[in-house]
Design a protein around this ligand. Sequence first.
Ligand code: C2E
Ligand code: CA
Ligand code: CA
Length: 719
Amino acid sequence: MPAVLALRFDPAVVVLSYLTAAFAAYVALDLAQRVRTPDVLVARTWWIAGSLSMGTGIWAMHFVGMLALKLPFLVGYDTAITLLSWLAAVGVSAIALRVAARETLTPTGLAVGSLSMAAGICAMHYTGMAALVLAPGIQWNWALVAASAAVATGASAAALCIFFGLRRLPRAWARLGQVVAALVMGAAVAGMHYTGMAAAGIPEGSVCLSENGLAGDNLGGLVAGATFALLLLTLVTSALDARSERRTNRLQQSLKAATTELHEQALRDALTGLANRQLLDDRLQHAAARGRREGVRLALLAVNLDGFKPINDSFGLAAGDQVLREVARRLQGLARGDDTLARLAADEFVLMLEGEVGEATLAQVAQRLLDALAEPMIDVPSAGSQPLRLSASVGIALYDGSGPGEALIAQADSAVQSAKRAGGNGFAFFEAHMQAGVREQVELARDLRAALAGEPGGGRLALHYQPKVAGDQGDVTGVEALLRWQHPQRGAVGPAAFIPIAERFGLIMPLGDWVIQEACRQLAAWRRQGLQMRVAINLSVQQLRQPDALVRHFEEMLAQHDIDARQLTCEITESVAMDDASATERTLQRLAALGLSLSIDDFGTGYSSLAYLRRLPVSQLKIDRSFVQDLETSADARAIVNAVIELAHALSLTVVAEGVETEGQAAVLRAKRCDKLQGYLFARPMPADELARWATDGRASRLRFSASVYAALDEGAGV
Ligand code: C2E
Ligand code: CA
Ligand code: CA
């Protein structure tokens, strides 16, 4: 057997081949991330492009490594066989990327993956060697061949483990990890290659039969250069893709967070963070359905503070808010994890319970709620040295397994009223005889809806008008529109009875819109009769809470009936104007911007801060009827009325006294220079045609009519 040649390698080319391997490994790790994208088409494109580029990288390492071999005769490589070895390298890469795209690395996945990758690498290497056709043939050292296969398997397994390990690292570390891993893997692949080369014994005096194939001094540099360029291109593309994917992900995440937050906010009470009406309705509906289906028990406890309004009135809104937050906190402390605690209105809370809710348990829960609220409120500022103490009334309603869940709220509400009638600071269970009230409300709401739709079953809605007269001369300065409802069975139903129902059943917007429309229509009709009139209408708090719709409706109606906005005044009760001050202020600013005059109704019954009042674009205060009533008998009432008139005049506001019934009251008010008077003494609220007759016939002879209305219009001081 002829002696074999001692193999010599060009060290520069060896280093180049190692760098090629390391670079290919680095790019491969990058690509493995790309093929994991959820977009199937993108993933597949990356898989094909990645296999080609990574395969070329591995193959180039091997080919350049072969070129590093220095043989004492001219060598060349068979083109077809070399191409075959390139294909093997691309195949290996395809397998590697496929495994890397998996969610997790199982032991079987690792074994199958690394064995098939090793088989591919060996196929590439030894096919590549076969492209060097020698005579006599290469004498193989089989132990080293086996060793090279083992190195290939180990390198592949290590590569897969490193890759899956990298995924768990934070991004900053992942980059460094990728560099280290690439250097290790490059070493492993190069190790396999040179072990494989060492296994080849080339007899002395061999000749190369493929010297006409791929050959040349610059071939190594050329292949390495082209490969580096290819890998670099792949890397840059991959990085760009990763960046845009990250950006998309970030965008998606922030969008998702924003929608969740919006959704959450829509279902939460802003002051206390408890569930709001909408969320409670939703939970109640589901719980009621579960109750019907699975017999799960369901109960509501409605909690209403006794005398909350005086707290607001005497300590201010901020203190009131603080009390409500503290109440919410205490109630929340008693609720179990899956109970729903909601705030429906100012001091109306509801606790919804599911599961073991027998009467005895519910009574215990109610008593615990009352005890918790009775603890002194140390943090809330109050008059004197005594801390504030609260009491509440609790109404309990149990779901009877039929009907809608909503009815339960009305039942708990009726029970609260019954507890309040019993003196408060206690609880009451809902009983069937209370149902009448609930049923009546539901029926009234249904009929009111029909009335608004103009259906025959709902009866007739109308506006009645009550004049306001000037204090000094007795001129009529305008009228207040008051809503009337002629019910088909019940007869005349007063607004005090049905406005709260409209508010509770979501009918106040359409009802308020109807009032605005009717007032504008009537103003236009009077104008055609030669009567230039000014009308004040009453606004509900819920209309103010929807400023966009309200302003739009005013604009439309003014335009449609060709009404000068100064002919309309909006009356807003004092407690409403002070509720949610900043939102109200914005809404009022918008109404004033339309040209409407604004008036504070029922003044004296709520709590107004002077500073706040000054910020509002109002032009009129209406002294509440209760003070006017006591004028002749109570020095206190006279003092209050006097103070209100002075305050109003100091703020350049007009003062109207409402509910003036006697000459005596009128005399006191005139003496105190009250600007306008309104009440039964002058006229009751009456239908439009009656008002027109009243304005022109003898009864109003004491009152000069239309001329003064024109005058007031120019004054711009409200109706
Ligand atoms: P308000 O705005 O304070 O209206 C004055 C109420 O006092 C009217 O009762 C009126 O009929 C009554 N009144 C007028 N003069 C006298 C008097 O000399 N003595 C007595 N004892 N009462 C007098 P009404 O019409 O029953 O309205 C009650 C409340 O219903 C109104 O109080 C107002 O807050 C509300 N309301 C009426 N119409 C509307 C409306 O169109 N929209 C809204 N949101 N609320 C309305
Ligand atoms: Ca009013
Ligand atoms: Ca009033």
